[in-house]
Design a protein around this ligand. Structure first.
Ligand code: UD1
Length: 349
């Protein structure tokens, strides 16, 4: 199979390229090398077909799609960005880019798509109230966060909630611009699948970490920010009270999920999009991540600052059972091992 990997020079895309190649597939890369993600141009993988272009460039997309059997769409602007002024760039890269790509696929007769989705589409995760069962807390308010009340209370009785695992049928509730663009990508892909009889999969990634993670940009994930601080001889700065929970999934496990989804996309009925959560199944708090990285680096103990980012969710952890049941995926990298390897890259500089 010849697969076009958009964003194939990026953190996740490059690992997808490696995994696809190892599985015997042909790969063509389309990547704009956005400066936010690439401070220096990455080396072009040897023997790889490669185009430097933006997914919004119709002509480049049309040319890149020639003879392709499937598309793995990783190109995106990620993270929360600097402020709301980033909104047009997010919508342009993520949604207009996806629309141009899908229109090109429709014209070229390419009927298979795997999309890099995100857990952010769920908003706050799943919570249970002792009295009211499963509830959906609204966005956390600045005044509550200023007062150090980070846990969202039950929207009906105000009592504390127990966080749980979100599954793919949970309603979408995007809470920031990035989340809105990731959800719109799924809707566009579903519309494309219906219109052309295509097969679409959205892999809703949890917090991906591992080698090649972008460093020191407003778009870097927390694991990368902590590691950079440790490498500078500083303490990792943990926001809120450090108790916010995430699922840190290793980039090679995410790449393996992409290969399975591309090969097994036949499982998805024609004309449909099927979503899968991709998480390690081993949730940790951000405080635990900071402590584990600091230990592994032998660096400064983390400081918990009480700062917060408006629009952040408190806890988001998912069940990846559907991915396991449908496609036989299971994560191979345990948190303790992945974090140790990730930290050692900081020590090497
Ligand atoms: C991350 C991804 C997003 C993905 C989502 C899926 C990044 C930049 N974002 O969002 O693309 O769709 O997971 O679940 O990779 N924090 C600190 N100190 C810091 C920075 C952040 O404590 O210096 C905290 C934040 O307040 C937050 C947590 O770390 O509670 C995670 O932040 P971040 O890595 O930006 O990821 P998400 O917002 O979860």
């Amino acid at each position: 199979m010849l697969v076009l990997v958009t964003g194939g020079a990026g953190f996740i895309g490059s690992q997808v390229v490696t995994a696809l190649t190892a599985a015997g597939h042909g790969v063509r890369i389309l990547d704009a090398l956005l400066p936010a993600a690439h401070r220096t141009a990455p080396p072009v993988p040897e023997g790889m077909e490669w185009r430097q272009a933006d997914v919004r460039d119709r002509a480049a997309v049309e040319e890149a799609l020639r003879d392709v059997d499937a598309v793995c769409h990783q190109a995106a602007m990620v993270g929360l960005g600097k402020d709301f002024a980033d909104a047009p760039d997010y919508v342009g890269c993520n949604d207009l880019g996806t629309a141009v790509l899908l229109a090109g696929m429709a014209r070229a007769g390419v009927r298979r798509l795997v999309l890099a989705g995100s857990m952010v589409v769920y908003g706050e995760g799943r919570y249970e109230c002792a009295r009211h069962g499963i509830v959906r807390p609204g966005p956390r308010r600045g005044a509550e966060l200023d007062a150090g009340r980070f846990e969202p209370p039950c929207p009906r009785c105000g009592e504390p909630l127990a966080p749980g695992l979100v599954d793919e049928d949970a309603p979408a509730d995007p809470r920031n611009v990035y989340a809105a663009t990731k959800l719109a990508q799924e809707h566009l892909a579903a519309a494309w699948a219906r219109a052309v009889g295509g097969h679409a999969v959205s892999l809703r990634y949890h917090n991906v970490y591992g080698p090649g993670m972008p460093r020191d940009t407003p778009y870097s994930g927390v694991a990368s920010l902590f590691r950079s601080a440790l490498a500078r001889g500083e303490a990792p700065r943990v926001f809120e009270d450090g108790g916010q929970r995430r699922d840190f999934v290793h980039v090679t496990d995410v790449a393996a999920a992409n290969v399975l989804a591309l090969s097994g996309a036949g499982e998805v009925s024609e004309g449909c999009l099927r979503a899968y959560n991709v998480g390690s199944g081993e949730p940790h708090t951000v405080g635990e991540l900071a402590a584990a990285l600091a230990r592994a680096c032998g660096g400064h103990a983390p400081v918990t600052t009480g700062e917060y980012r408006l629009g952040d969710v408190r806890h988001i952890t998912a069940s990846s059972r559907r991915l396991r049941d449908d496609l036989g995926w299971k994560p191979e990298v345990r948190f303790v091992d992945g974090v140790a390897e990730f930290a050692s890259a900081a020590l090497r500089g």
